[in-house]
Design a protein around this ligand. Structure first.
Ligand code: ZN
Length: 148
């Protein structure tokens, strides 16, 4: 079996082999079978030995990225429904406009991180929703008055 020193960790030995590798993104993971690559026995570094393995790994990462978007959209929908808001109401309340939540929930666009954090906070503390709503209302009233 072919070996060479690992330039990544400078301690391990890399072995040319065909093994399954794991593509991982956050909590999601997918196995890519039969990847021909150099594997370090010390630091776990993987260096693809051919285009095929690299391409299949890249495809697996793309699939995980799509899956993560879908899951994020489903999570946003679940929280919005739990708060008993329509997509339009949620868009008015959290900003982004009337179509924002439709886009978020289909995974077309991602909400700003602050919106997502607020949604997760309200998921744990739905009793805070009236406070958020009254703040949004007074902000809207303020805008209306400024508009004359
Ligand atoms: Zn190494």
């Amino acid at each position: 079996m072919k070996t060479r020193p690992c330039i990544q960790c400078e301690k391990g030995t890399m072995v040319l082999d065909t093994r399954p590798i794991q593509a991982a993104l956050g909590d999601l993971a997918q196995q890519v079978p039969d990847v021909h690559a150099w594997f370090c026995d010390h630091c776990g570094e993987v260096e693809f030995a051919d285009e095929d393995g690299a391409a299949r790994y890249s495809d697996a990462m793309d699939a995980l990225t799509r899956q993560a978007k879908v899951l994020r959209g489903q999570e946003i929908r679940r929280i919005r429904r739990r708060l008993r808001l329509t997509q339009v109401q949620a868009g008015m309340l959290f900003g982004g406009g009337v179509n924002a939540f439709s886009r978020y929930e289909r995974g077309q666009t991602e909400p700003h991180r602050s919106v997502e954090q607020l949604l997760h906070l309200l998921d744990r503390h739905p009793e805070l929703l009236p406070e958020v709503q009254s703040q949004a209302e007074s902000r809207m009233n303020g805008l209306n008055q400024e508009g004359g």
